[in-house]
Design a binder for this molecule. Structure first.
Ligand SMILES: Nc1ncnc2c1ncn2[C@@H]1O[C@@H]2COP(=O)(O)O[C@H]2[C@H]1O
Length: 215
């Protein structure tokens, strides 16, 4: 008797859990509940019908497989798994980006270490790359004046955001560690990934505002 109730209740439990899943905002929780629901459906198909419903079983298994795959991608996007030590430092310094968004940004960026005094931008020239100096100092020369900018700072963000030529000539000291992003690739990423655009523009704007406040 008890076994019979459990057997017949399976499909209702599966459907209820699927309905509950649809009320969840968090994709991971939603998908985890759908996995439980799908497993109950599979159990139902195996133990309840008199004949084996192979077609239903097949598509439910496909459903389960795709869902598990998407969950794995979500977990990967939310973890800092496989970031190098420098990337971890940069990730912490930037903040505001999810690990997945950060990884997408790093795919189009290049790590550099300056061998001598290396000029990143020249005053009045088009900004073709945006930089983030993680370690080392930068010298900013503007209308005959010079100032030193410490590490953990964007360079070229003003021209990039305002679509204007570089407002200063910037040189990094020997040994400085920085990332450079080609403007064309950054713009393509901003179009493809609106959430990254919002987060990145916010970071660049707050960096620019901090420089203005300090000037
Ligand atoms: N007063 C300042 N303080 C710090 N950094 C500056 C200052 N002025 C210009 N810069 C940086 O130098 C860069 C020159 O190119 P951008 O104008 O694109 O962006 C500028 C900033 O990143």
């Amino acid at each position: 008797m008890f076994f019979e109730i459990v057997r017949l209740g399976l499909i209702h439990a599966a459907a209820l859990i699927a309905v509950a899943a649809l009320t969840c905002r968090d994709q991971l929780v939603l998908r985890a509940l759908l996995v439980v629901s799908t497993l109950l459906y599979i159990l139902y198909y195996l133990v309840v019908p008199e004949i084996m419903l192979w077609d239903a079983l097949f598509w439910t298994a496909v459903n389960l497989g795709v869902n598990l795959l998407m969950m794995a991608r979500l977990v990967f996007a939310r973890t800092q798994f496989r970031l190098s030590a420098e990337e971890r430092q940069l990730f912490a310094a930037l903040g505001g980006l999810s690990p997945g968004e950060f990884r997408s940004l790093m795919k189009i960026g290049h790590w550099r270490r300056s061998e001598g005094n290396h000029t990143l931008l020249r005053e009045g020239e088009t900004v073709e790359k945006v930089y983030y100096v993680l370690d080392g100092r930068s010298h900013v020369m503007k209308a005959g004046r010079s100032l030193v900018v410490g590490p953990q700072s964007f360079i070229g963000e003003a021209g990039f955001l305002r679509r204007q030529p570089a407002s200063a000539t910037v040189t990094v000291e020997p040994g400085a560690c920085y990332v450079e992003w080609p403007v064309a690739a950054l713009n393509a990423l901003r179009v493809r990934r609106p959430l990254i655009k919002v987060a990145l523009d916010g970071l660049l704007a707050s960096d620019m505002a901090a420089k203005m406040a300090a000037a």
